[in-house]
Design a protein around this ligand. Structure first.
Ligand SMILES: *Cc1c(COP(=O)(O)O)cnc(C)c1O
Length: 408
């Protein structure tokens, strides 16, 4: 296996540090990724050279800023296989992208007789916006069940799709790692006359995605999980759908004309980008896409599959450790429990070893509840993680076990 980390890890300044005198082992990539020098430099360069407000100024600086911002729309479009850069809307992240759909598409297209279909493995950001909207409209929310191994049970999908106007689902679970068969869900959903929104927060950072292949209708993701700064994200949607949608936030830049008593709105995509956007962060997203594309998303996926296999094999050998989420098709996210050791204690002990993992409900309380869990520990990988770091994790877990054996 081509060890990508050997080649690319040095691009990440933060990873060179020590924590409590131990080399940092960063395994919380499902929460956020670290940033390579090229992204940090692009943001720095933008502020040192091109910073101005976009779309407004009739001077060189503002034109450069606008160009820097708009060129990222093209990059994103190519990166995810969109048909046109006008289908790319910049948001602050996945959460805002989903709220945009709920507000702009949902308010107009859902009524109290309709249903939407989510899954039991959704992140809170694909649950709460729908709860909020339902308070106003009163539609039904149904769920695709999750099996014991952590896959979606699609056996009843056709039945579940009755009355459904929108299916909204995770592409890759941030808890179980499961990669869902979005293409298949989209096919059946479209047959039933429903649209499909995909939460791509995890997938887009770790595997090649192509809107033409997936054939969903909306795709939401965040920059910060794919090497870009916080505060920027994307909503992709098919252009004919966007054109039918009203604005989300109102303010400057999203208008055509404003009168004292009413306004008319700009064309797509500007209609959905109100106020001064996170310009520098979007520029950083462009640099992140350049960086990831140069490595190759297929290579990143393959390398992370190797890390996943290795880590799964080694963790399974630890007595008393159980992995939560064993779907055959999954990304490099491992949620687990260690007998008698509370996940929070585990994370604290590992921290003393320089290892950063997450413990908690991972913003998926309904999924936890379904499996009678309150929290799990989670190690999540990125292409800059080294196989050796898995050994450090295993040693840390063995140490935690020993400590707790004494306590008892
Ligand atoms: C991180 C994450 C989100 C939320 O992303 P934000 O960047 O916090 O808006 C939504 N869904 C999944 C699957 C995630 O992993």
């Amino acid at each position: 296996m081509n060890n990508l980390a050997l080649k690319y890890r040095q691009d990440f300044p933060l990873l060179k540090q020590e924590v409590y005198g131990k080399p940092l082992v960063y395994l919380d990539n499902a929460a956020t990724s670290q940033k390579p020098t090229s992204v940090l430099k692009a943001v720095d360069y933008y502020y040192c050279n091109d910073n101005a407000n976009i779309h407004r100024g009739l001077y060189a600086l503002s034109e450069r800023a606008t160009q820097a911002y708009e060129s990222v729309r093209d990059k994103v479009s190519k990166f995810i296989g969109a048909t046109s850069s006008q289908e790319i809307i910049f948001t602050s992240g996945t959460t805002e992208s989903i709220n945009l759909v709920a507000h702009s598409w949902g308010r107009k297209n859902l009524s109290s007789n309709d249903a939407i279909l989510l899954t039991e493995m959704e992140h809170h950001s694909n649950l709460v916006p729908w709860h909020l909207l339902r308070e106003q409209i009163g539609f039904q929310i149904k769920f695709i069940p999750v099996t014991a191994e952590g896959s979606l049970d699609l056996s009843q999908l056709e039945e579940l799709l009755k009355n459904v106007k929108l299916v909204s689902l995770n592409h890759m679970s941030n808890v179980l790692g499961t990669i869902n068969d979005v293409k298949k869900v989209a096919e059946l959903a479209h047959q039933a006359g429903a649209l499909v929104l995909v939460d791509g927060a995890q997938s887009v950072a770790h595997m090649p995605v192509d809107m033409k292949v997936l054939d969903c209708d909306f795709y939401a993701f965040s920059g910060h999980k794919m090497c870009a700064p916080t505060g920027c994200g994307v909503l992709w949607a098919k252009k004919n759908i966007l054109e039918e949608m009203g604005p989300f936030l109102g303010g400057g830049e999203m208008i055509h004309q404003v009168f004292l008593d009413h306004s008319t709105y700009a064309e797509v995509p500007n209609r959905f980008e109100a106020g001064t956007m996170n310009i520098a962060q979007v520029v950083g997203l462009g640099a992140a896409i350049d960086y990831l594309s140069e490595i190759g998303m297929d290579k990143i996926f393959a390398y992370e599959q190797y890390l996943l296999e290795l880590a799964t094999e080694k963790l399974q050998k630890i007595e008393g450790l159980s992995i939560f989420g064993q779907a055959p098709h999954k990304g490099a996210v491992i949620s687990f429990l260690l007998d008698q050791v509370h996940p929070h204690d585990l994370a604290t002990i590992l921290d003393q070893e320089g290892i950063a993992i997450r413990a908690g409900h991972h913003c998926a309380q309904p999924l936890m509840r379904k499996f009678d869990l309150i929290s799990t520990a989670r190690a999540s990988f990125y292409f800059y993680n080294m196989p050796e770091e898995i050994d450090v994790l295993v040693q840390g877990l063995e140490k935690a076990k020993e400590m707790f054996a004494y306590v008892r």
